[in-house]
Write a protein that binds this ligand. Sequence first.
Ligand code: PBG
Length: 344
Amino acid sequence: MQPPAQAPLHGPLHPLIRPRRLRSTPALRRLVAETRIHPADLILPMFIREGATEAQPITSMPGVVQHSFDSFKVALDQAAAAGIGGVMLFGVPEKKDAVGSGAVDPNGILNVATRVAVEAVGDALVVQTDLCLDEFTDHGHCGVLDVTSRPGTVIIDNDATLAVYREMALAQANAGSQLLGLSGMMDGQVAAVRDALDGNGFSDIAVLAYSAKYASAFYGPFREAVQSSLVGNRRSYQLDPGNRREGLREVELDIAEGADIVMVKPAMSYLDVLADTAAISSVPVWAYQVSGEYSMIEAAAANGWIDRERAVYESVLSIRRAGADAVLTYFAVELARSLNAGAL
Ligand code: PBG
């Protein structure tokens, strides 16, 4: 709005429009806040290590551990008490093989941990499981390898992997997982898993599609967390970090295949992809603040370079602002506690 020419007091030195008015008191700022975080919007990723008798620290993720069953149960109770929305479980098996047998074994670490979690906190939290082969394969890839087509070249066999994912989905559903997190980036994985679930009496089990999952350097610390045996990279299945339109294409495909929830991952370097997804999605949109994002904040805070609590809050808030309905974050329980205490 232009000030009238005959009103000199409203000239450039005396603005008519004063957005600062709404920032003038804490109560006003609170009332006009556009984005809020509720503990129920947060999901905690957890690692359970087969054979561990006590929690093992993960050097590159200070404060995050590979759980033993004892420490796992304590942490589950703490998560439920903090009122977060759910937990996403990852297994760290003792033995791996070429086809990831531990993933489909009812007694595999992830499936056993799922039963434990459902029994302990299944009413309070949505118990979710990572559906991918990388923790279970000795080569560390998210699928099974095609070793015959071009010997000497690592090829991930998409359709053979789908057959294993279907079995893995049934093992996880049988263990009581309520939401399967499909993180392997194989084509057609959502339709394949949906079909397997529906054909076996599990039409009520939901599918979370890691739809726009990028081949990111920010997964670095996670590789230590799950003791990944990966040599090489995942660029033949995960997205090129520069591709925004292709991220949206994956989201559209997953919704068409029947995904109940779609996800963008990592979060902070992909807020544009997240905003694009939120603009078109007819299903809930989640984002994963991954291991490297966690570790960067921890490292800077440990050096006294940033205010840890504010940085944690702002980072998750920005992910919500960009369009995530819920956020997977290693800060989930701590952040929920701060929110509950009214500290933020
Ligand atoms: C695959 C999977 C990965 C992460 C979650 N699911 C690793 C990868 O794709 O390389 C990374 C999570 C993180 O970095 O926190 N099972």
